[in-house]
Design a binder for this molecule. Structure first.
Ligand SMILES: [Zn+2]
Length: 473
Protein backbone atom coordinates (compact mmCIF):
# COMPACT_ATOMS: atom_id res chain seq x y z
CA UNK A 1 0.00 0.00 0.00
CA UNK A 2 1.30 3.44 -0.88
CA UNK A 3 1.42 6.37 1.48
CA UNK A 4 -1.36 7.98 -0.58
CA UNK A 5 -3.59 4.94 -0.01
CA UNK A 6 -2.91 5.05 3.73
CA UNK A 7 -3.77 8.72 3.85
CA UNK A 8 -6.93 8.15 1.80
CA UNK A 9 -8.00 5.36 4.11
CA UNK A 10 -7.54 7.60 7.12
CA UNK A 11 -9.54 10.36 5.42
CA UNK A 12 -12.35 7.95 4.48
CA UNK A 13 -12.53 6.80 8.08
CA UNK A 14 -12.94 10.37 9.38
CA UNK A 15 -15.49 11.83 6.97
CA UNK A 16 -18.12 12.08 9.70
CA UNK A 17 -15.91 14.21 11.95
CA UNK A 18 -14.92 16.46 9.06
CA UNK A 19 -18.55 17.06 8.14
CA UNK A 20 -19.53 17.68 11.75
CA UNK A 21 -16.80 20.27 12.14
CA UNK A 22 -17.87 22.07 8.98
CA UNK A 23 -21.53 22.04 10.07
CA UNK A 24 -20.70 23.40 13.53
CA UNK A 25 -18.70 26.21 11.98
CA UNK A 26 -21.35 27.09 9.37
CA UNK A 27 -23.86 27.47 12.22
CA UNK A 28 -21.97 30.62 13.24
CA UNK A 29 -23.34 33.43 11.03
CA UNK A 30 -20.03 35.23 10.44
CA UNK A 31 -21.47 37.95 8.19
CA UNK A 32 -18.74 40.56 8.12
CA UNK A 33 -20.79 43.19 6.28
CA UNK A 34 -23.49 43.37 8.96
CA UNK A 35 -22.56 45.13 12.25
CA UNK A 36 -25.21 43.04 14.02
CA UNK A 37 -22.99 40.01 13.44
CA UNK A 38 -19.74 41.47 14.77
CA UNK A 39 -19.74 39.09 17.74
CA UNK A 40 -20.48 36.15 15.43
CA UNK A 41 -17.46 36.91 13.24
CA UNK A 42 -15.32 36.85 16.38
CA UNK A 43 -16.95 33.62 17.50
CA UNK A 44 -16.15 32.13 14.08
CA UNK A 45 -12.50 33.17 14.48
CA UNK A 46 -12.36 31.60 17.94
CA UNK A 47 -13.92 28.42 16.60
CA UNK A 48 -11.30 28.21 13.86
CA UNK A 49 -8.35 28.97 16.14
CA UNK A 50 -9.46 26.15 18.43
CA UNK A 51 -9.95 23.80 15.46
CA UNK A 52 -6.50 24.62 14.07
CA UNK A 53 -4.90 23.98 17.44
CA UNK A 54 -6.70 20.67 17.68
CA UNK A 55 -5.65 19.74 14.12
CA UNK A 56 -1.97 20.09 14.98
CA UNK A 57 -0.95 23.73 14.68
CA UNK A 58 1.00 24.47 17.91
CA UNK A 59 0.45 28.18 17.36
CA UNK A 60 -3.14 29.24 16.60
CA UNK A 61 -4.40 32.69 17.53
CA UNK A 62 -6.61 35.61 16.61
CA UNK A 63 -4.99 38.53 14.86
CA UNK A 64 -6.86 41.70 15.63
CA UNK A 65 -7.47 44.32 12.96
CA UNK A 66 -9.32 47.64 13.03
CA UNK A 67 -12.32 45.54 11.95
CA UNK A 68 -12.99 41.82 12.31
CA UNK A 69 -10.27 39.46 13.55
CA UNK A 70 -8.29 37.14 11.30
CA UNK A 71 -6.95 33.77 12.43
CA UNK A 72 -3.29 32.86 12.19
CA UNK A 73 -1.95 29.36 12.78
CA UNK A 74 1.52 27.98 12.30
CA UNK A 75 3.18 24.61 12.22
CA UNK A 76 6.93 24.80 11.59
CA UNK A 77 8.11 21.25 11.03
CA UNK A 78 11.68 21.81 9.93
CA UNK A 79 13.25 25.04 8.70
CA UNK A 80 14.78 23.24 5.71
CA UNK A 81 11.35 22.28 4.36
CA UNK A 82 9.35 24.60 2.14
CA UNK A 83 7.11 27.02 4.02
CA UNK A 84 3.65 27.53 2.57
CA UNK A 85 1.27 30.33 3.49
CA UNK A 86 -2.37 29.28 3.11
CA UNK A 87 -4.91 32.04 2.64
CA UNK A 88 -8.69 31.67 3.05
CA UNK A 89 -11.50 33.55 4.81
CA UNK A 90 -13.92 32.71 7.61
CA UNK A 91 -16.50 35.42 7.04
CA UNK A 92 -19.54 34.91 4.81
CA UNK A 93 -21.93 36.89 2.63
CA UNK A 94 -25.27 38.10 4.02
CA UNK A 95 -27.97 35.48 3.56
CA UNK A 96 -30.68 37.67 2.01
CA UNK A 97 -33.13 37.18 0.44
CA UNK A 98 -34.04 34.79 3.24
CA UNK A 99 -37.35 33.66 1.74
CA UNK A 100 -35.54 32.10 -1.23
CA UNK A 101 -33.70 29.57 0.93
CA UNK A 102 -35.21 26.07 1.04
CA UNK A 103 -33.67 25.58 4.50
CA UNK A 104 -32.42 28.19 7.01
CA UNK A 105 -28.98 29.47 5.87
CA UNK A 106 -27.30 28.92 9.24
CA UNK A 107 -28.84 25.55 9.99
CA UNK A 108 -26.84 23.49 7.48
CA UNK A 109 -28.46 20.32 6.16
CA UNK A 110 -27.20 17.45 4.00
CA UNK A 111 -29.50 16.78 1.04
CA UNK A 112 -28.64 14.31 -1.72
CA UNK A 113 -24.89 14.38 -1.14
CA UNK A 114 -24.67 18.12 -0.73
CA UNK A 115 -24.41 20.36 2.30
CA UNK A 116 -26.56 23.50 2.13
CA UNK A 117 -25.93 26.66 4.11
CA UNK A 118 -24.32 30.08 3.92
CA UNK A 119 -20.53 29.74 3.80
CA UNK A 120 -20.43 25.98 3.16
CA UNK A 121 -18.53 26.41 -0.10
CA UNK A 122 -17.35 30.03 0.26
CA UNK A 123 -15.13 29.57 2.08
CA UNK A 124 -15.37 27.38 5.18
CA UNK A 125 -15.04 24.04 3.39
CA UNK A 126 -11.65 25.00 1.94
CA UNK A 127 -10.32 25.72 5.43
CA UNK A 128 -11.73 22.46 6.83
CA UNK A 129 -10.15 20.64 3.88
CA UNK A 130 -6.70 21.97 4.81
CA UNK A 131 -7.11 21.22 8.52
CA UNK A 132 -8.16 17.68 7.66
CA UNK A 133 -5.13 17.18 5.39
CA UNK A 134 -2.87 18.20 8.28
CA UNK A 135 -4.67 15.84 10.66
CA UNK A 136 -4.25 12.99 8.17
CA UNK A 137 -0.53 13.58 7.70
CA UNK A 138 0.08 13.78 11.45
CA UNK A 139 -2.01 10.69 12.15
CA UNK A 140 -0.57 8.52 9.36
CA UNK A 141 2.96 9.83 8.84
CA UNK A 142 3.55 11.61 12.15
CA UNK A 143 4.84 14.81 10.54
CA UNK A 144 4.15 17.33 7.80
CA UNK A 145 6.19 17.38 4.58
CA UNK A 146 6.07 21.22 4.61
CA UNK A 147 5.86 24.03 7.13
CA UNK A 148 2.47 25.71 7.16
CA UNK A 149 1.32 29.19 8.00
CA UNK A 150 -2.40 29.63 7.83
CA UNK A 151 -3.97 33.06 7.50
CA UNK A 152 -7.77 33.11 7.48
CA UNK A 153 -9.26 36.55 7.09
CA UNK A 154 -12.53 37.79 8.64
CA UNK A 155 -13.38 40.60 6.22
CA UNK A 156 -13.04 39.15 2.72
CA UNK A 157 -16.75 39.31 1.92
CA UNK A 158 -16.95 42.95 2.96
CA UNK A 159 -13.96 44.25 1.05
CA UNK A 160 -10.86 43.21 3.07
CA UNK A 161 -10.58 46.78 4.35
CA UNK A 162 -7.81 46.04 6.86
CA UNK A 163 -6.05 43.14 5.16
CA UNK A 164 -3.22 45.06 3.54
CA UNK A 165 -2.40 46.79 6.85
CA UNK A 166 -2.51 43.44 8.60
CA UNK A 167 -0.05 41.68 6.32
CA UNK A 168 2.22 44.72 6.23
CA UNK A 169 2.44 44.78 10.02
CA UNK A 170 2.95 41.00 10.22
CA UNK A 171 5.25 40.61 7.23
CA UNK A 172 7.99 38.59 8.98
CA UNK A 173 5.50 36.17 10.56
CA UNK A 174 3.97 35.54 7.13
CA UNK A 175 7.22 34.86 5.29
CA UNK A 176 6.96 31.81 3.04
CA UNK A 177 8.20 30.23 -0.17
CA UNK A 178 4.74 30.08 -1.71
CA UNK A 179 1.14 31.08 -1.06
CA UNK A 180 -1.71 28.64 -1.57
CA UNK A 181 -4.97 30.52 -1.93
CA UNK A 182 -8.09 28.51 -1.26
CA UNK A 183 -11.08 30.60 -2.23
CA UNK A 184 -11.69 29.53 -5.83
CA UNK A 185 -13.18 26.52 -7.53
CA UNK A 186 -13.14 24.06 -10.40
CA UNK A 187 -15.03 23.82 -13.68
CA UNK A 188 -17.15 20.78 -12.88
CA UNK A 189 -17.13 17.59 -10.80
CA UNK A 190 -15.12 15.79 -13.50
CA UNK A 191 -13.34 18.89 -14.80
CA UNK A 192 -10.63 19.75 -12.28
CA UNK A 193 -8.97 23.12 -12.60
CA UNK A 194 -6.40 25.36 -11.02
CA UNK A 195 -6.87 29.09 -11.22
CA UNK A 196 -4.04 31.16 -12.64
CA UNK A 197 -5.81 34.49 -12.85
CA UNK A 198 -8.44 36.60 -11.12
CA UNK A 199 -10.10 39.81 -12.16
CA UNK A 200 -9.83 42.95 -10.06
CA UNK A 201 -12.80 44.91 -8.75
CA UNK A 202 -13.73 48.58 -8.61
CA UNK A 203 -16.95 49.64 -6.89
CA UNK A 204 -18.84 52.96 -6.97
CA UNK A 205 -21.93 54.43 -5.38
CA UNK A 206 -23.69 57.09 -7.45
CA UNK A 207 -26.37 59.36 -6.01
CA UNK A 208 -28.62 61.72 -7.90
CA UNK A 209 -30.54 64.32 -5.88
CA UNK A 210 -33.34 66.61 -7.08
CA UNK A 211 -35.93 68.46 -4.99
CA UNK A 212 -35.43 68.63 -1.21
CA UNK A 213 -38.40 66.26 -0.75
CA UNK A 214 -40.73 64.18 -2.91
CA UNK A 215 -43.08 66.36 -4.98
CA UNK A 216 -46.66 65.87 -6.20
CA UNK A 217 -46.30 64.64 -9.77
CA UNK A 218 -49.45 66.50 -10.81
CA UNK A 219 -48.30 69.82 -9.41
CA UNK A 220 -44.64 69.52 -10.38
CA UNK A 221 -44.48 66.83 -13.08
CA UNK A 222 -42.94 68.17 -16.29
CA UNK A 223 -41.58 71.28 -14.57
CA UNK A 224 -38.58 70.01 -12.59
CA UNK A 225 -35.87 67.43 -13.33
CA UNK A 226 -36.70 63.88 -12.21
CA UNK A 227 -33.68 62.21 -10.51
CA UNK A 228 -34.72 58.67 -11.47
CA UNK A 229 -35.08 59.58 -15.14
CA UNK A 230 -31.76 61.41 -15.00
CA UNK A 231 -30.03 58.41 -13.46
CA UNK A 232 -31.65 56.01 -15.95
CA UNK A 233 -30.29 58.09 -18.84
CA UNK A 234 -26.85 58.12 -17.26
CA UNK A 235 -26.88 54.33 -16.85
CA UNK A 236 -28.17 53.74 -20.38
CA UNK A 237 -25.04 55.50 -21.66
CA UNK A 238 -22.61 53.16 -19.91
CA UNK A 239 -22.62 50.58 -22.74
CA UNK A 240 -22.84 50.81 -26.51
CA UNK A 241 -25.05 48.67 -28.75
CA UNK A 242 -22.36 45.95 -28.95
CA UNK A 243 -22.20 45.38 -25.19
CA UNK A 244 -18.97 47.31 -24.89
CA UNK A 245 -18.36 49.70 -22.01
CA UNK A 246 -18.73 53.19 -23.46
CA UNK A 247 -16.45 54.96 -20.96
CA UNK A 248 -13.59 56.48 -23.00
CA UNK A 249 -10.23 54.86 -22.16
CA UNK A 250 -11.83 51.93 -20.31
CA UNK A 251 -10.20 49.30 -22.57
CA UNK A 252 -6.95 51.15 -23.16
CA UNK A 253 -4.71 48.98 -20.91
CA UNK A 254 -6.51 45.67 -21.48
CA UNK A 255 -4.11 42.88 -22.45
CA UNK A 256 -5.81 41.33 -25.45
CA UNK A 257 -5.24 37.55 -25.64
CA UNK A 258 -3.51 36.42 -28.81
CA UNK A 259 -4.79 33.76 -31.19
CA UNK A 260 -2.79 31.02 -29.41
CA UNK A 261 -4.19 31.92 -25.99
CA UNK A 262 -7.73 32.09 -27.38
CA UNK A 263 -7.28 28.62 -28.88
CA UNK A 264 -5.98 27.38 -25.52
CA UNK A 265 -9.04 28.83 -23.80
CA UNK A 266 -11.37 27.24 -26.33
CA UNK A 267 -9.97 23.85 -25.28
CA UNK A 268 -10.92 24.37 -21.61
CA UNK A 269 -13.89 22.07 -20.87
CA UNK A 270 -16.09 24.99 -19.85
CA UNK A 271 -19.72 23.89 -19.74
CA UNK A 272 -21.41 26.96 -21.18
CA UNK A 273 -24.86 25.37 -21.29
CA UNK A 274 -24.57 24.28 -17.66
CA UNK A 275 -23.21 27.68 -16.67
CA UNK A 276 -26.23 29.40 -18.23
CA UNK A 277 -28.67 26.78 -16.94
CA UNK A 278 -27.41 27.34 -13.38
CA UNK A 279 -28.32 31.01 -13.78
CA UNK A 280 -31.70 30.01 -15.29
CA UNK A 281 -31.35 32.51 -18.12
CA UNK A 282 -32.56 31.99 -21.71
CA UNK A 283 -29.16 32.65 -23.28
CA UNK A 284 -25.82 34.44 -23.08
CA UNK A 285 -25.39 38.19 -23.30
CA UNK A 286 -22.35 40.44 -23.34
CA UNK A 287 -19.64 42.06 -25.35
CA UNK A 288 -19.86 41.09 -29.01
CA UNK A 289 -16.99 39.07 -30.47
CA UNK A 290 -16.05 37.14 -27.33
CA UNK A 291 -17.09 33.74 -25.99
CA UNK A 292 -18.89 33.38 -22.66
CA UNK A 293 -15.69 32.06 -21.06
CA UNK A 294 -13.69 34.97 -22.43
CA UNK A 295 -16.32 37.46 -21.31
CA UNK A 296 -16.07 36.21 -17.75
CA UNK A 297 -12.27 35.98 -17.52
CA UNK A 298 -10.14 38.06 -19.88
CA UNK A 299 -12.62 40.84 -20.65
CA UNK A 300 -13.52 43.63 -18.21
CA UNK A 301 -17.11 44.47 -17.24
CA UNK A 302 -19.14 47.33 -15.84
CA UNK A 303 -22.36 46.36 -14.05
CA UNK A 304 -25.21 47.75 -11.99
CA UNK A 305 -25.43 45.91 -8.66
CA UNK A 306 -28.39 47.72 -7.17
CA UNK A 307 -30.66 50.69 -7.73
CA UNK A 308 -33.14 52.56 -5.58
CA UNK A 309 -35.36 55.60 -5.71
CA UNK A 310 -38.96 56.75 -5.54
CA UNK A 311 -42.04 54.78 -4.66
CA UNK A 312 -41.94 51.00 -5.11
CA UNK A 313 -44.75 49.92 -2.79
CA UNK A 314 -48.21 48.58 -3.61
CA UNK A 315 -50.58 50.47 -5.87
CA UNK A 316 -49.88 53.95 -7.21
CA UNK A 317 -48.25 56.89 -5.48
CA UNK A 318 -47.87 59.92 -7.69
CA UNK A 319 -44.58 61.65 -6.96
CA UNK A 320 -41.44 63.12 -8.42
CA UNK A 321 -38.87 61.40 -6.19
CA UNK A 322 -36.38 63.56 -4.31
CA UNK A 323 -33.40 61.29 -4.79
CA UNK A 324 -32.14 57.97 -6.07
CA UNK A 325 -28.94 56.01 -6.32
CA UNK A 326 -27.12 53.09 -7.84
CA UNK A 327 -24.21 50.82 -7.00
CA UNK A 328 -21.84 49.99 -9.85
CA UNK A 329 -19.05 47.47 -10.09
CA UNK A 330 -16.35 46.83 -12.67
CA UNK A 331 -14.35 43.63 -13.02
CA UNK A 332 -10.98 44.60 -14.37
CA UNK A 333 -8.29 42.54 -16.11
CA UNK A 334 -4.53 42.76 -16.80
CA UNK A 335 -3.18 45.48 -17.23
CA UNK A 336 -5.99 47.81 -16.13
CA UNK A 337 -5.09 49.94 -13.10
CA UNK A 338 -7.88 50.06 -10.49
CA UNK A 339 -7.13 53.70 -9.63
CA UNK A 340 -7.23 54.75 -13.27
CA UNK A 341 -10.51 52.88 -13.89
CA UNK A 342 -12.05 54.29 -10.67
CA UNK A 343 -11.31 57.78 -11.89
CA UNK A 344 -12.28 57.24 -15.56
CA UNK A 345 -15.75 56.02 -14.65
CA UNK A 346 -16.21 58.71 -12.00
CA UNK A 347 -15.28 61.45 -14.47
CA UNK A 348 -17.44 59.90 -17.21
CA UNK A 349 -20.48 59.94 -14.90
CA UNK A 350 -19.88 63.49 -13.67
CA UNK A 351 -19.22 64.79 -17.23
CA UNK A 352 -22.62 63.44 -18.27
CA UNK A 353 -24.45 64.23 -15.05
CA UNK A 354 -28.11 65.12 -15.78
CA UNK A 355 -28.91 68.85 -15.77
CA UNK A 356 -30.94 70.32 -12.92
CA UNK A 357 -29.89 67.58 -10.50
CA UNK A 358 -26.95 66.99 -8.16
CA UNK A 359 -24.89 63.91 -8.99
CA UNK A 360 -22.21 62.56 -6.66
CA UNK A 361 -19.92 59.60 -7.28
CA UNK A 362 -18.09 57.82 -4.47
CA UNK A 363 -15.45 55.16 -5.12
CA UNK A 364 -16.28 52.50 -2.51
CA UNK A 365 -13.45 50.04 -3.10
CA UNK A 366 -10.82 48.99 -5.61
CA UNK A 367 -8.69 45.87 -5.94
CA UNK A 368 -6.04 44.59 -8.33
CA UNK A 369 -6.27 41.59 -10.62
CA UNK A 370 -3.95 38.57 -10.27
CA UNK A 371 -2.11 36.68 -13.00
CA UNK A 372 0.24 33.73 -12.35
CA UNK A 373 2.88 32.33 -14.69
CA UNK A 374 1.54 28.96 -15.98
CA UNK A 375 5.03 27.34 -15.79
CA UNK A 376 5.66 27.92 -12.05
CA UNK A 377 6.95 24.67 -10.40
CA UNK A 378 4.34 24.94 -7.60
CA UNK A 379 1.61 24.92 -10.21
CA UNK A 380 3.10 21.69 -11.57
CA UNK A 381 3.07 20.22 -8.03
CA UNK A 382 -0.56 21.22 -7.53
CA UNK A 383 -1.39 19.81 -10.96
CA UNK A 384 0.09 16.41 -10.05
CA UNK A 385 -1.80 16.39 -6.73
CA UNK A 386 -5.09 17.08 -8.47
CA UNK A 387 -4.44 14.63 -11.30
CA UNK A 388 -3.72 11.83 -8.80
CA UNK A 389 -7.24 12.25 -7.38
CA UNK A 390 -9.36 13.22 -10.39
CA UNK A 391 -7.51 11.03 -12.88
CA UNK A 392 -6.94 13.89 -15.26
CA UNK A 393 -4.72 16.95 -15.36
CA UNK A 394 -6.43 20.16 -14.24
CA UNK A 395 -7.15 22.93 -16.72
CA UNK A 396 -5.36 26.17 -15.96
CA UNK A 397 -8.11 28.76 -15.91
CA UNK A 398 -8.71 32.40 -15.20
CA UNK A 399 -11.57 33.26 -12.89
CA UNK A 400 -14.11 36.00 -13.32
CA UNK A 401 -14.23 36.84 -9.63
CA UNK A 402 -11.94 39.03 -7.59
CA UNK A 403 -10.01 38.34 -4.41
CA UNK A 404 -8.24 41.61 -3.58
CA UNK A 405 -6.26 40.03 -0.69
CA UNK A 406 -4.62 37.67 -3.18
CA UNK A 407 -3.32 40.64 -5.10
CA UNK A 408 -2.11 42.06 -1.79
CA UNK A 409 -0.31 38.81 -0.88
CA UNK A 410 1.39 38.73 -4.26
CA UNK A 411 2.41 42.39 -4.10
CA UNK A 412 3.15 42.92 -0.38
CA UNK A 413 4.71 39.55 0.48
CA UNK A 414 6.24 38.94 -2.94
CA UNK A 415 4.84 35.41 -3.11
CA UNK A 416 3.84 33.28 -6.06
CA UNK A 417 0.22 32.22 -5.55
CA UNK A 418 -1.31 28.84 -6.38
CA UNK A 419 -5.09 29.04 -6.32
CA UNK A 420 -6.48 25.73 -5.20
CA UNK A 421 -10.12 25.40 -4.20
CA UNK A 422 -12.85 22.89 -4.95
CA UNK A 423 -16.16 24.78 -5.19
CA UNK A 424 -18.13 24.39 -8.41
CA UNK A 425 -19.60 27.13 -10.61
CA UNK A 426 -23.20 26.19 -9.80
CA UNK A 427 -22.69 26.02 -6.02
CA UNK A 428 -24.59 29.33 -5.69
CA UNK A 429 -21.79 31.37 -4.19
CA UNK A 430 -23.21 34.53 -2.54
CA UNK A 431 -26.77 33.39 -3.47
CA UNK A 432 -29.62 31.66 -1.64
CA UNK A 433 -29.19 27.89 -1.19
CA UNK A 434 -25.39 27.96 -1.34
CA UNK A 435 -24.24 24.36 -1.46
CA UNK A 436 -21.20 22.12 -1.26
CA UNK A 437 -21.02 18.77 -3.06
CA UNK A 438 -19.49 16.56 -0.36
CA UNK A 439 -17.65 14.52 -2.99
CA UNK A 440 -15.75 17.69 -3.94
CA UNK A 441 -14.76 18.22 -0.31
CA UNK A 442 -13.48 14.65 -0.01
CA UNK A 443 -11.60 14.72 -3.29
CA UNK A 444 -10.19 18.14 -2.41
CA UNK A 445 -8.93 16.80 0.90
CA UNK A 446 -7.21 13.89 -0.85
CA UNK A 447 -5.61 16.36 -3.25
CA UNK A 448 -4.52 18.60 -0.35
CA UNK A 449 -2.63 15.77 1.39
CA UNK A 450 -0.88 15.09 -1.93
CA UNK A 451 -0.18 18.76 -2.53
CA UNK A 452 1.89 18.94 0.68
CA UNK A 453 3.77 15.79 -0.35
CA UNK A 454 4.43 17.16 -3.84
CA UNK A 455 5.69 20.47 -2.46
CA UNK A 456 7.81 18.66 0.12
CA UNK A 457 9.39 16.61 -2.68
CA UNK A 458 9.99 19.74 -4.72
CA UNK A 459 11.84 21.16 -1.71
CA UNK A 460 12.55 24.73 -0.77
CA UNK A 461 15.15 25.11 -3.52
CA UNK A 462 12.63 23.81 -6.07
CA UNK A 463 10.37 26.67 -5.04
CA UNK A 464 13.14 29.15 -5.62
CA UNK A 465 14.50 29.64 -2.06
CA UNK A 466 18.19 30.61 -2.15
CA UNK A 467 20.59 27.98 -0.70
CA UNK A 468 20.89 28.02 3.12
CA UNK A 469 19.35 26.14 6.01
CA UNK A 470 16.91 28.73 7.36
CA UNK A 471 13.22 28.83 6.65
CA UNK A 472 12.02 32.30 5.74
CA UNK A 473 10.97 34.30 8.77
ZN1 LIG B 1 -14.74 33.54 -0.88
Amino acid sequence: MSRGDDLDRWLDGHRGELLRQLIDWVRIPSISADPEHTADVRRSAEFLAAAAGEAGFPRAELWETAGHPAVFAERMEDPRLPTVLIYAHHDVQPADPLDEWTSPPFEPVVVEGELRGRGVVDDKQNVCMHLEAVRAHLAVVGRMPVNLRLLVEGEEESGSAHFEDLIRSRRSELAADLAVISDTGMLGPESPALTIGLRGLVYWEVRVAGPAHDLHSGLYGGTVANPVLGLATLLAGLHDGEGRVAVPGFYEAVRVPGAAERQEMARIPFDEAGFLAAAEVPGPSGERGWSTLERRTVRPTLDVCGIWGGYAGAGAKTIIPARCGVKLSARIVPDQDPDVIADLVRRHLLDRAPAGLTTTVEVVSRGRWVSAPPDHPALGAAGRAVEAVWGRAPSLVREGGSIPPVAAIAAELGLACVLFGVGLPDDRFHAPNERLRLEQLHRGTRAAVRLWDELGTLGAAGLGRPAGPASPG
